[in-house]
Design a protein around this ligand. Sequence first.
Ligand SMILES: Nc1ncnc2c1ncn2[C@@H]1O[C@H](COP(=O)(O)OP(=O)(O)O)[C@@H](O)[C@H]1O
Ligand SMILES: [Mg+2]
Length: 251
Amino acid sequence: MTSQLAGGPLVQLTGVNKWFGELHVLQDIDLSIDRGEVVVVIGPSGSGKSTLCRTINRLESIQQGEIRIDGEKLPEEGKALARLRSDVGMVFQSFNLFAHKTILENVTLAPTRVRRQGKGQAEARARELLERVGVAHQADKYPAQLSGGQQQRVAIARALAMDPKVILFDEPTSALDPEMINEVLDVMTSLAREGMTMVVVTHEMGFARRAANRVVFMDGGRIVEAADPETFFTAPRSDRARDFLSKILNH
Ligand SMILES: Nc1ncnc2c1ncn2[C@@H]1O[C@H](COP(=O)(O)OP(=O)(O)O)[C@@H](O)[C@H]1O
Ligand SMILES: [Mg+2]
């Protein structure tokens, strides 16, 4: 569980700007996320949501501004970057499990290689986490033998195995068949309730209402508005948010 002791925001983006060539993909982003806070990021396709997530663990660099994780500025490269990056878990739409490794090996790989945990310790912890996400009995299988919902829950266990300070979820249920969406959202909801700091890009508005402390709406590379879910869904301030909500809620 995340420590509640240290002060200050856990993730802080200040004046962040990023370009892909001519495309100004992130524009003047200021975003501060507290320990234990769950922030849902929504917005139209191409608005910069994935890029925002990817800059937070520096899968993408930024050209202007500053990103701090737990008070520490994101380093450019090297060991310090690897260490800070391992504080930031990431769960992708496409699961990204290693196909030729078992479920158990997928979860123990980073703790043994990056954190230098012993095999026995890493396996015990992995089994505990697989139990927690409800796939303990699949530990010796390969990813292709599991359903999408099970694979995504393994991906969450894999992220948790590094004891991250924050986990970023980029459309974690978008690639799933409808009947598997809830089993993944349920795991995420319990993580949220247990105090995990989470940034979740999703179009699952039920999850946002249930689990988010704050909804951030992006459009055209900017944060257009941010509010608690109740306020955002019942009284969005901007035309763009109203328009977006009417599209996704009535589809
Ligand atoms: N590696 C890249 N190179 C160039 N353009 C990119 C790259 N990744 C994303 N983009 C562009 O940046 C914009 C934002 O993309 P993205 O962050 O994926 O948006 P979202 O996740 O909100 O759909 C889009 O116009 C996309 O085409
Ligand atoms: Mg995206």
